[in-house]
Design a protein. Structure first.
Length: 150
C-alpha cells in the first residue's frame, strides 16, 4: 500500500507578472482554470493570491470570494489556502478576506529581509491574524522564513 501524500500547488505568487511568464494566471478566471488543471492532475491543496488589474498583489475580499467560489465549483474537495502575505499589501488589508472562512491561510511568524523589501509582520499583527483565523475556523499555514521565527 502506498503512503498517502498531499500535493499542494501555488498557482501564482505575489511577485511574477505576465511579462515574466505569459502563461501566469493572474485574473480570477485564469486562476480558477489553472487550479482546476492542477486538481485534475492530483493536487489537493491550492495556495492562492489575487491580483489588481495592474497585476500587483491584492487583498481584495471580493476577488478572493470569486476565486474561492470558482474553485469550490470546479474542485469541490480541494483545500483552499488564502495568502495573507505582505508584499505590496497594507497590513490593515492583509486579513480582510478571512471572513470568507477559507480552509487555511498563510501566517508568517515574523518579519523578513527580502532582497528589495522588508516583509513586515510585527508580533501584534501576527497575533491578530492568528486570532481571526481561529475565530473563523481557518487553519493557519505557519510560515517560517528564518530560524528566529521558530
Amino acid at each position: 500500500m502506498a503512503e498517502p501524500c498531499i500535493i499542494s500547488v501555488a498557482i501564482t505568487g505575489s511577485v511574477p507578472r505576465k511579462k515574466d511568464n505569459p502563461a501566469l494566471p493572474v485574473t480570477v478566471p485564469e486562476q480558477v482554470e489553472s487550479t482546476h488543471a492542477a486538481y485534475e492532475a492530483g493536487a489537493a491543496l491550492v495556495h492562492v493570491h489575487v491580483r489588481n488589474d495592474d497585476e500587483s498583489s491584492s487583498s481584495d475580499p471580493e476577488k478572493f470570494a470569486r476565486l474561492q467560489e470558482g474553485i469550490r465549483a470546479h474542485c469541490p474537495d480541494m483545500i483552499i489556502q488564502f495568502s495573507t502575505g505582505g508584499r505590496g499589501r497594507a497590513m490593515e488589508a492583509r486579513g480582510a478576506m478571512l471572513y470568507l472562512k477559507p480552509d487555511m491561510a498563510s501566517l508568517a511568524t515574523g518579519s523578513v529581509n527580502f532582497p528589495t523589501i522588508v516583509y513586515e509582520n510585527p508580533p501584534d499583527f501576527v497575533r491578530n491574524l492568528a486570532v481571526a483565523m481561529r475565530d473563523y475556523g481557518t487553519k493557519p499555514e505557519i510560515e517560517v522564513f528564518d530560524l528566529a521565527m521558530l
